[in-house]
Design a protein around this ligand. Structure first.
Ligand SMILES: [Zn+2]
Length: 144
């Protein structure tokens, strides 16, 4: 079954989580420490690997305990199944000048974690460099 929520409902949901994260003050800040939100509020593990999927635009991944991710480690390609609540970002995002991009991708993957908690049947998902044109993630973004 597919459940849809409106953008307004998603905003309300996110505002509620941010309120809890910042300690319940009335004013939502203009910016949020996404690393702390993901690690301490969502209680996710964030790791950095060299992602080597055939699609070179894949730079972020949210594990679901089922779908493997292909990485290169120690000079060898491996397919790893990451558990739920694990976000894998490409090491490329640690390069100088990629900080904003890294935080954006981390926030995007946090959205998948939240969507998965609302709908545990939602699949693992890749974040692509050009994500807006990909149906793989769009499909999940619009279905909660
Ligand atoms: Zn995505």
């Amino acid at each position: 079954m597919t459940n849809f929520i409106s953008r307004a409902e998603a905003e309300e949901l996110c505002d509620g989580m941010i309120q809890q994260f910042i300690g319940g003050t009335a004013v939502i800040p203009e910016s949020v420490d996404i690393d702390s939100f993901v690690r301490f509020f969502l209680k996710c593990t964030v790791i950095y690997e060299s992602i080597v999927e055939e699609d070179k635009d894949r730079i972020g991944f949210t594990g679901d305990g089922k779908r493997p991710l292909r990485i290169i480690k120690g000079g060898k390609q491996k397919e790893i199944i990451y558990p739920k609540n694990t976000i894998v970002l490409d090491k490329y995002l640690l390069n100088p000048g990629e900080e904003n991009h890294r935080r954006f991708v981390l926030g995007h993957e946090a959205g998948h974690i939240i969507a998965n908690r609302i709908n545990p049947d939602s699949p693992a998902c890749f974040h692509h460099f050009t994500d807006r044109t990909r149906t793989e993630c769009k499909k999940q973004k619009n279905t909660l």
